[in-house]
Design a protein. Sequence first.
Length: 251
Amino acid sequence: MANDPIHQFQIHDLTDKFHIGGYEFSFTNSALFMGATVLTITGFLLLAARKAELVPGKTQSVGELWYEMVHNMVRQVLGPEGKKFFPLVFSLFSFVLVANMLGMFPYFFTVTSQVVVTATLAVFVIVLVVLVGIWKHGLSWFKKLFIPHGVPLVILPFISLIEIISFLSRPVSLGLRLFGNMLAGHIVLKVFAGFVVSLGALGLGGMLGAIAPMFMAVALTALEFLVAFLQAFVFAILTCVYLNDALHPGH
């Protein structure tokens, strides 16, 4: 069980199940680490902003870098209209980033390795995009989005079908990209770490044989930290791109 690479993704009840209004509820390790993610973000930002100084300290510098990176992303993709969406994008980026990073610690749970979590975030983004598009342009937004201007009538049905499929695939790709990267990376890392433990138990020869997988495990750990950041960045910037399509539909 200790070397089972899938065991780390299993959801376990931490409390007894209880019922409210005929529905069954329980507090799981997934819920625990989602709460821990929110508390970590809140605590860090409060700490970073607690004593703002002209010459920032380490915590304030990280907080300002965090803020500026997301702010520049929103401004460059969405333009002046993106100001109202900054809190949303900042929250999504922060949640995905911290959830990914917490999952890197041994015996912690990776929330973003659960497809139900990443799919929920992706569906939320796409539903918001649709609502923003309708709010900004009315129902004509669907026409602007799915019926490109200037396309010959003969091929218009095919182009519109492609546009519809492309739009519907957005939540799928957005959710699966994050889920797949976190799941695959953690499985590979667990496999190499398992090699180190198994070979190390075989004596001196096994310890010597464990050197190569140990270096691979260290390298993969560094790579996973990079992937954890990049996946949060990609999720946030794609959210901005999709919101830009809602604000400025065009082909």
